[in-house]
Design a protein around this ligand. Structure first.
Ligand code: FES
Length: 224
């Protein structure tokens, strides 16, 4: 797909945000992905031109990071964490249920282009394992039945909310936010809840601290 002049201008604007244009390569690749639904060879070349690197260097970045896709992702990216904590608590069963429901395996799109299913690595959300993501928004403490229902609702075009608040948009919209994280949406929702703070609370109550680090102050009763 040909890269438009407008896209090239946006890539130049991203490059201009950094002391060295090459530092903007990753948001540039997200921008291309938001506009084209994948990172095409033409998109990689355009990013390389704007970043002042070779096409081979840009390809190395695009092929190293799994968030960059070389095939059309479709409307929604569905990720299921199957790392240790999520896998032990049901992530594998969630993945199997979704694979059966969608009729696809790992890292592949459905025939109708509506979903892309992927086993993903730890999302740093183990407190709420097993975790599923939809267009990189968290679905915490998910079960196989709940995961299938989320897909059913997305397929019907219903509004689906992440368990942390934000409404699910679509893959391209999320990619746009990754290119422009200052759009106000990146910090939407509830990043921290009581369950995530249990360990800190226990450490405070017990006066525990890592070696060489002062103990946290005793609880005041004002914590969330
Ligand atoms: S193991 Fe799944 S979020 Fe950490």
């Amino acid at each position: 797909m040909a890269i438009s002049e407008s896209t090239r201008e946006q890539l130049q604007q991203l490059a201009a945000r950094y002391p060295r244009p090459r530092s903007g390569l990753m948001p540039m690749l997200h921008l291309v992905q938001s506009l084209e639904g994948e990172v095409t060879p033409e998109g990689i070349t355009a990013c390389a031109d704007a970043a002042g690197v070779s096409a081979a260097e840009a390809t190395a970045v695009a092929s190293f990071y799994t968030m960059y896709k070389r095939r059309q992702v479709g409307q929604h990216h569905i990720g299921v964490c199957v790392n240790t904590m999520c896998g032990l608590l049901g992530g594998d069963a969630v993945y199997e249920a979704l694979s059966e429901r969608l009729g696809v395996g790992h890292d592949a799109p459905t025939d109708d282009g509506q979903f892309w299913l992927e086993r993903i690595e730890c999302q740093a959300a183990c407190t709420h394992a097993p975790v599923m993501t939809v267009d990189w928004e968290y679905m915490d403490d998910v079960t196989p039945a709940a995961a299938v229902e989320i897909v059913d609702r997305l397929e019907r075009g219903e509004t689906v909310l992440s368990t942390r608040g934000p409404a699910i948009r679509d893959f391209r919209a999320t990619e746009q936010t990754l290119a422009y994280p200052e759009d106000g949406l990146a910090a939407e929702g509830t990043p921290v809840d009581d369950k995530m703070l249990v360990g800190l609370r226990i450490a405070k109550e017990g006066g525990m601290a890592a070696p060489g680090v002062p103990a946290p102050s005793a609880p005041t009763g004002q914590e969330g």
